[in-house]
Design a protein around this ligand. Structure first.
Ligand code: NDP
Length: 240
């Protein structure tokens, strides 16, 4: 698909993988709407990008945020073609100490918000008979290991939800898929590092966020007849 002048919404674009996707798509001529909570980061990124970019500082778990993103895309560019649901957080911990409120917040951000945005945009894409949704899952979706059961479970649920949505939209012109990154060098574990906790990811080889961005570009750039349903991208030295 020719990406130049397409309009993409990218969530979680203030750092890490989302920021890298914004940089890559902007370099390919895609017009952007980026969102996250940290306005200073969004403002700085949008000023730096080579192409058009507007931003919405917002918490993705608020029910009104996906509609606000759609409204901003339509008022800025008159259309929307691509949704990348990337915003996410990582909460881990043992049975005795894990923070149950943080787990509930992770459920809202990593799953509930993705479902709401996916359905909202899929309805519009179905009407216009074109569009693409990429949901950022995780290698964790395919593994079960102690202390990350909820994170992995939510990403597994996201894989199944996305598959079901793809089947529901078959033949509609709308493409839906997931990318499951392996361990990637971002800020997602910073809150654990700040507490002096052991971060397993720091003991394994890590991907660069630009690697994931290149893979997302690959997914979106396929001809309209081709849908990358699932892409698992791990470090060549990762033991999975
Ligand atoms: P980062 O912490 O660097 O980025 C997370 C992004 O999500 C930030 O832009 C953050 O912005 C945003 N975000 C978090 N919570 C909210 C919220 N409540 N409302 C709005 N935005 C929010 O991590 P990554 O780049 O690593 O994570 C991106 C995605 O990749 C996540 O879905 C993650 O699960 C997935 N992933 C990451 C892997 C890794 O090893 N890094 C491996 C596999 C998957 P802000 O704080 O400004 O709101």
């Amino acid at each position: 698909m020719e990406l130049r002048d397409k309009v993409a919404i990218i969530t979680g674009a203030s750092s890490g993988i989302g920021e890298a996707i914004a940089r890559k798509l902007s370099a390919e001529g895609v017009r952007l709407v980026i969102t996250a909570r940290r306005e200073d980061r969004l403002k700085a990124l949008s000023a730096e990008l080579p192409g058009p970019c507007v931003y919405l500082p917002a918490a993705i778990e608020l029910p009104q945020t996906p509609q606000a993103l759609l409204d901003l895309a339509l008022s800025s560019y008159g259309r929307v073609d691509i949704l990348v649901n990337n915003a996410g957080m990582f909460v881990a911990g043992s049975l005795d100490t894990i923070d149950l409120d943080a787990l509930a917040q992770m459920t809202r951000v990593n799953f509930d918000a993705v479902v709401r945005a996916s359905y909202l945009f899929a309805r519009g894409f179905k009407q216009q008979k074109a569009g693409a949704i990429v949901n950022v899952s995780s290698i964790g979706a395919y593994l079960s290991s102690s202390s990350v059961g909820v994170y992995s479970g939510l990403k597994h649920a996201l894989e199944i939800f996305t598959s079901a949505l793809r089947v529901e939209l078959k033949g509609s012109g709308v493409r839906v898929g997931t990318i499951a990154p392996g361990t990637t060098d971002t800020e997602i574990f910073d809150h654990m590092r700040a507490r002096g906790e052991t971060v397993r990811a720091d003991q394994t080889p890590q991907l660069d966020p630009a690697d994931i961005a290149a893979a997302v570009h690959f997914m979106l750039a396929q001809p309209e007849r081709a849908n990358v349903a699932r892409l698992l991208l791990v470090s060549s030295a990762e033991s999975v």
